[in-house]
Design a binder for this molecule. Structure first.
Ligand code: SF4
Length: 283
């Protein structure tokens, strides 16, 4: 049974909670809003201690793993939604315990997402024996062209698969990285991003995503045969018919007008089509 409400994963696992902002994609961090500003469980910031989740909670992946072994169906586990697993502020022994758990739970497909690709690469090459592991995918969170260096850096990390989370998508983005002979071929196959996930932003301060930024990602993925998962618009829609909206519309420089209609009403259709593609080996 899946425990996550995030459409592209089955389970979510947070080994700890807390983080420090890295880039524009962090401006409206929902984890900070919920666990720092609302609940005061943990303070966000570079010199603040992270909150380790409970021993009972840490047993859950073992239960999912046992179930996966019984059913033969490998669920996807997203780590982490309320933190960044490669956060430099996190004690190394916590990370070691996380990777011990991941190594023990090999019937799960782990999706490790980070904005700290340099720190991730450093940790994996320094401490993980026999890396890459066949049940672990590494992902980079990339919100706009300003953060796109993370894509090339991600692809330099050996992994069973590489994915991008463009959530929230805040600008146009090229995910078709130019091949570099030094690192772009493996057994004759072009190494590239294996999966692209995108969405608009949710929450009270959500920024709108221009439909052309999403169309471009969709078309790049279709061109290269990469699965594309569009989670949803977040809060804003570019569809007409919202004259009663109480909030000011957002007008982009090209004249496109979007209205804030809420998470549910904005939906997850792009040009009338739902995109919920998942790589074959993760289904
Ligand atoms: S990296 Fe993720 S968890 Fe950390 S501040 Fe940014 S959005 Fe929040």
């Amino acid at each position: 049974m899946r425990n996550s409400r995030i459409g592209w994963t089955d389970h979510t696992f947070n080994p700890w909670i807390g983080c420090t902002e890295v880039s524009a994609g962090c401006d409206n961090c929902y984890a900070r809003r919920d666990f720092d500003e609302r609940k005061s469980l943990v303070r966000w910031g570079a010199c603040q201690p992270r909150h380790r989740t409970s021993r009972t909670y840490w047993r859950q992946p073992h239960l999912w793993n046992a179930e996966a072994r019984l059913t033969g169906k490998r669920p996807r586990v997203f780590c982490a939604s309320l933190a960044d697993w490669a956060d430099e502020q996190v004690p190394e022994n916590w990370k070691n315990e996380l990777f011990l758990l991941i190594n023990q739970c090999r019937d799960l497909n782990w999706l490790l997402l980070t904005k700290r690709i340099g720190a991730a690469s450093d940790y994996l090459t320094r401490t993980c024996p026999m890396w890459p592991w066949p049940h672990v995918w590494i992902g980079a969170s990339v919100e706009n062209a300003g953060a796109s260096d993370r894509i090339a850096d991600l692809l330099r990390i050996p992994a069973a698969g590489h994915f991008l989370s463009c959530e929230p998508l805040l600008g146009p983005l090229n995910v078709q990285i130019a091949p570099s002979p030094a690192w772009s071929f493996d057994h004759g196959h072009l190494i590239g991003v294996d999966w692209v996930i995108a969405s608009g932003e949710s929450g009270p301060l959500a920024r709108p995503t221009h439909p052309n930024w999403l169309r471009s990602l969709r078309d790049q993925c279709a061109h290269d045969g990469r699965p594309f998962f569009f989670k949803g618009w977040g809060e804003w829609t570019s569809l007409g018919g919202w004259p009663g909206s109480r909030l000011q519309p957002h007008v982009f420089p090209d004249g496109l007008c979007m209205h804030r209609v809420g998470h549910k009403a904005s939906g997850c259709l792009l040009d009338g089509v739902e995109h919920k593609e998942v790589p074959q080996c993760l289904r």
